[in-house]
Structure formats: C-alpha cells, structure tokens
Design a protein around this ligand. Structure first.
Ligand SMILES: CC/C=C\C/C=C/C(=O)SCCNC(=O)CCNC(=O)[C@H](O)C(C)(C)COP(=O)(O)OP(=O)(O)OC[C@H]1O[C@@H](n2cnc3c(N)ncnc32)[C@H](O)[C@@H]1OP(=O)(O)O
Length: 237
C-alpha cells in the first residue's frame, strides 16, 4: 500500500509500504495514484514528499506479481506523468535503494534527496526487460545518453555519491533523508506556481537537445536494446 499523511506546514507525505523492500505491487501503485490525487486536489497542500517505509525507498516492481500478471492495470508511467504535470513540487526521499520502477518514480519527482549509503540503478536488463515507466526518457535528460545507456544496459547499482556526480540525485545527506526532504519541501513550498513553472521550463530547455520528453528513445536505440536483450522480452509496463 501507500500511506497518505497530511503533515503540518502545508505538506503531504506519501509512504510506500510493502515489505520487505517496498516493491511496487498493483496495490502500491494504486495507493500512490490515489495519494497523489488527494495531495494534488487539496488546495492546502503546497508540496509533496514521497518516501518508503522501514528505511528503504523501493526496489522496483514487485517481482512476485510478474508470475501473476502479464500487464498491470495501473501504469507506473502514468503516475510519473501525473507527478510531472502537477504544479506542486514533489521530493523523493531515498533511503537504501531506489531500483527499477522505484528509480523511475524518483526520477519523475522534481527533486531527489538520498542518504549517503543509498544505491540506485535499473536492474530491468537482468530480468530481460527495459525500464518502461519513463526511465529511458528521464535518465538521459539528467545524465546524457552515454551515461544513461551504461546504467540501463549494465543494470549495475551505483552509490549515492556517483549518482550525485552524474546528476541523478540533487543532494546527499548523512541524516534522515525523509526529515531533510520535509524541511526542503517546506522551504520550496513558498515558491509560486509561476516560479516553479519557470524552473521546470529551464530544465526542459537544458535537456531539449535530447528531443521531446516522450517517445524520445530513437529507433536505433530501441533496436540496440532489443539486440542486447533476450527474445520474447516484455518491454514497457
Ligand atoms: C509496477 C511495474 C512498474 C514498472 C516496471 C518496473 C520494473 C522494475 O522495476 S524491474 C526491477 C525489479 N527489481 C529488481 O529486479 C530487484 C531485485 N532484487 C534485488 O536485486 C535484491 O533483492 C535487492 C538489491 C533489492 C536486495 O538484496 P539483498 O539485500 O541481498 O536481499 P535479498 O536479495 O535477500 O532480498 C531481500 C528480500 O526482498 C525480496 N525482494 C527483493 N526485490 C524484490 C522485488 N523487486 N519484489 C519483491 N520482493 C523483492 C527478496 O525476495 C527477499 O525476500 P525474502 O526475504 O522473503 O526471501
């Protein structure tokens, strides 16, 4: 599930909870979607923090459900789009791991604050699939195509420090990233929607050399990915 908490100071907290690694099951995805809806439609909420329960952000899709479903009713990509469309700033507080769909969820957020010991990565390739919830568009926009290809094709986990250097993470902390994210969200919640729009326009301008936000992946890149991955793979969820 995902728990929605209305905090003081005009903030909302969405906490993923699905032991042992807060993987995104259908129930978790539905919970995130519903919680986001609550936060977005509540005029008193000015900023949103997304985190995981029990000291871990999220290890990606719940692989226990892969045996049950061929497709998922709730598309993580739609949730990522919803976060990006909304005018309220969303901060991802990353403890321990943000992998696969968990990293895509974090990349959809406007800011990412991680603990120094955290790791991030796209392990999809090890399952014979590709990041299908906007990761192939959002990651190259932050780190450039070569570094994004390296991470997606290798499936390797990288440290928070490397992620900071690459630009995947905005800030590393040695304290509790949830507390830090709440403080940060509080600070930026005072920004007007116009200021936020200007900031996101600047980010969009900076990455416009990489092409349009959706469907960015070029035919050649797709062919390259398909060549590298096993036949009969499932791509995009
Ligand atoms: C909704 C779909 C949306 C979008 C598409 C997204 C696709 C993806 O995200 S694909 C990527 C899915 N994630 C993974 O492949 C990660 C796989 N897990 C690991 O690499 C490791 O388990 C770990 C790094 C997360 C943790 O390693 P470690 O600390 O060594 O512990 P264990 O390997 O023993 O795992 C502990 C415990 O967690 C369970 N678990 C791990 N990952 C998942 C997962 N993704 N879904 C469900 N459960 C997971 C693992 O089975 C262990 O459980 P038990 O203790 O009960 O055995």
């Amino acid at each position: 599930m995902a728990e929605f908490t209305r905090l003081q100071n005009c903030l909302a907290l969405i906490r993923l909870r699905n032991p042992p690694v807060n993987a995104i099951s259908t129930t978790v995805a539905r919970g995130i979607k519903e919680s986001l809806q609550k936060a977005i439609t509540d005029d008193t909420v000015k900023a949103i923090v997304i985190c995981g329960a029990d000291g871990i952000f999220c290890a990606g899709a719940d692989i226990r459900e892969f045996k049950v479903h061929k497709t998922f009713d709730i598309q993580l990509g739609d949730i990522v789009d919803e976060i990006q469309r909304n005018k309220k700033p969303v901060v991802a507080a990353i403890q321990k791991l943000a992998l696969g769909g968990g990293l895509e969820l974090a990349l959809g957020c406007h800011y990412r604050i991680a603990h120094a010991e955290a790791q991030v990565g796209f392990p999809e390739v090890t399952l014979g699939i590709l990041p299908g919830a906007r990761g192939t568009q959002l990651l190259p926009r932050l780190v450039g195509v070569p570094a994004a290809l390296d991470l997606i094709i290798s499936g390797r986990h990288i440290s928070a420090n490397e992620a900071l250097k690459l630009g995947i993470i905005d800030k590393i902390v040695n304290s509790d990233p949830i507390e830090e994210s709440i403080k940060f969200a509080q600070r930026i919640s005072g920004q007007s929607s116009q200021e936020l729009q200007m900031t996101s326009d600047m980010v969009a301008d900076k990455s416009s050399a990489l092409g349009p936000p959706k469907g960015y992946t070029s035919k050649a890149t797709i062919e390259f990915f398909f060549y590298l991955t096993v036949p009969g793979l499932c791509c995009g969820m």
